[in-house]
Design a protein around this ligand. Structure first.
Ligand SMILES: Nc1ncnc2c1ncn2[C@@H]1O[C@H](COP(=O)(O)OP(=O)(O)OP(=O)(O)O)[C@@H](O)[C@H]1O
Ligand SMILES: [Mg+2]
Length: 465
């Protein structure tokens, strides 16, 4: 059963249930019919026997033989069936019987005995003949004499009818089964047709052409819903694929420019012999350039691992105040070199669950930006706050700010507001992408407020432990 096609399974289920239902229906029909027909024979027998008994008991000079002959010859519902009539006296001796009994006798039912009070039905069989349904009815005449009226009717006709019914049903059942297999197959084909269409369509979609969508015939039915799910899967795949391609292209582009600058510088240096100081200066510029490059590559590597989900976090209890204090000390060094002031505000200890090194990298990236995009004389302010189940880390600067139209993009990979300017400030445009990834991996968020010329404020919210 496991390896059968859905179509075969559906067909078999359908045919099987139709088969069982028709079998039950047939049995019910057959037994119901035979019950009703035997009941109606009994009722008929009682009516006739009672009529005969009444006639004989009320009419003292009645001619039983004539009446019986009439009764047997009567054309009624059971005409065509042999009818037998017999009278017995109270001791059970046969006193009259219809001529068609010949030398046979309708037997006295054993249970009755004499004197019996109740009618008794029995099905008997004459030797070499068919079954006969028999009633034995005790009658007490007005004169006080008791006797038995016995009437039998041959069951030949009923048996023949039931035999015919059996034969008919015997052919009906397999016919029904055959028909249901046929219609089951048809039904299964109709139901499965849309699935086959989808399978064919889906086979033609190639990995590089994820813009294609599967056709939806009826969005309400189950197959329509399945196709809807498949299409949204394709949509997401397409998005991820495009993003991946974009990422690769951007990465290549980002690396090409600094590499070209590096090469140019070196080529210029070796055109002729130079003084030692010149070499030293050129080499130190190259080292700066190379370390910038390797920072970009490190960031790229980190994001690639994050995408692949293989970047592990070392989770532990992190004291945010201690972390920001750490960053603050580094920030002082960075700011001093540029002539910026740094301040720190903390209030009580705040703990979150997370990776200390990654969270520190997040705040450092923000401070790095603040230093980079604030000109001499400006100030940077760090703060840690607690607010309704969240730990908030604020990095504020009085720098150049970010134009409103750039705000929605600054967390995107490789995005920089001013490409030309940041070439010499050394940004790869990956810092904030990494910040956002770390914040989200900790169940937190990062938001920004900024005004051109006035400064920017970045707020990282992390769920409190
Ligand atoms: N504090 C800030 N003030 C003004 N502009 C900012 C600030 N922080 C970020 N930006 C803008 O957002 C852009 C993206 O920042 P991000 O940190 O992602 O890249 P980057 O600093 O240029 O390079 P990287 O961080 O990879 O060295 C920056 O290029 C800059 O234009
Ligand atoms: Mg940065």
């Amino acid at each position: 059963m496991r390896h059968w096609t859905l179509r075969t399974k559906l067909t078999l289920w359908y045919a099987g249930s139709v088969g069982v239902i028709s079998l039950l229906g047939t049995l019910l029909l057959y037994y119901g019919f035979s019950y009703v027909s035997s009941r109606s024979i009994d009722i008929f027998l009682r009516e006739e026997a009672e009529a005969l008994g009444n006639y004989l008991s009320l009419t003292p000079r009645a001619n039983a033989r004539t009446y019986i002959a009439q009764l047997v010859a009567e054309k009624d519902v059971f005409s065509g069936h042999q009818k037998y009539v017999q009278l017995r006296d109270s001791t059970g001796v046969v006193i009259e019987r219809s001529t068609n009994l010949l030398d046979r006798e309708l037997p006295l039912p054993e249970r009755t005995g004499t004197p019996a009070r109740e009618e008794v039905f029995a099905t008997i069989a004459f030797p070499n003949a068919l079954a006969v349904r028999l009633i034995t009815l005790p009658i007490v005449s007005q004169a006080g004499a008791a006797f038995f009226v016995q009437e039998g009717v041959s069951l030949e006709g009923e048996y023949a009818f039931l035999r015919n019914l059996r034969t008919a049903l015997f052919f009906f059942l397999p016919g029904m089964l055959g028909l249901s297999i046929l219609s089951g197959r048809l039904m299964a084909r109709r139901v499965l047709q849309p699935i086959e269409t989808i399978t064919r369509e889906a086979q033609t979609i190639e990995a590089l052409d994820l813009t294609r969508r599967l056709p939806v015939v009826n969005p309400q039915d189950e197959i329509g819903q399945l196709v809807g799910v498949l299409n949204s899967l394709l949509f997401h795949l397409e998005g991820a694929f495009t993003q991946m391609r974009q990422f690769t292209a951007d990465a290549a582009h980002e690396l090409r420019t600094p590499l070209a600058v590096l090469r140019c510088g070196m080529e210029v240096m070796i055109t002729r012999a130079r003084r030692v100081e010149e070499y030293q200066e050129a080499l130190s510029t190259s080292i700066e350039e190379v370390s910038r490059l390797s920072r970009i590559v490190d960031n790229l590597f980190l994001l690639a691992r994050a995408d692949a989900g293989s970047q592990e976090f070392i989770r532990g209890l992190v004291d945010i105040r201690e972390l920001v204090q750490d960053v603050y000390e580094q920030a002082e060094l960075m700011a001093e070199a540029k002539g910026l002031g740094v301040s720190l505000h903390t209030n009580g200890e705040i703990f979150v669950q997370g990776d200390y090194a990654r969270l520190k990298q997040l705040v450092l990236n923000l401070v790095d930006n603040a230093v980079k995009y604030t000109s001499a004389g400006g100030a940077i302010h760090l703060a840690v706050e607690r607010e309704k189940g969240w730990a908030k880390i604020v990095v504020e600067d009085t720098g150049i700010g970010i134009p409103p139209e750039a705000l929605p993009h600054i967390f995107a990979r490789f995005y920089r507001v001013d490409k030309a300017r940041s070439l010499d400030t050394g940004g790869g445009g990956l810092g904030l992408s990494i910040c956002q990834w770390v914040a989200q991996a900790h169940g937190g968020t990062i938001t920004v407020r900024s005004q051109v010329g006035a400064g920017s404020t970045f707020v990282v919210s992390l769920p409190l432990r």
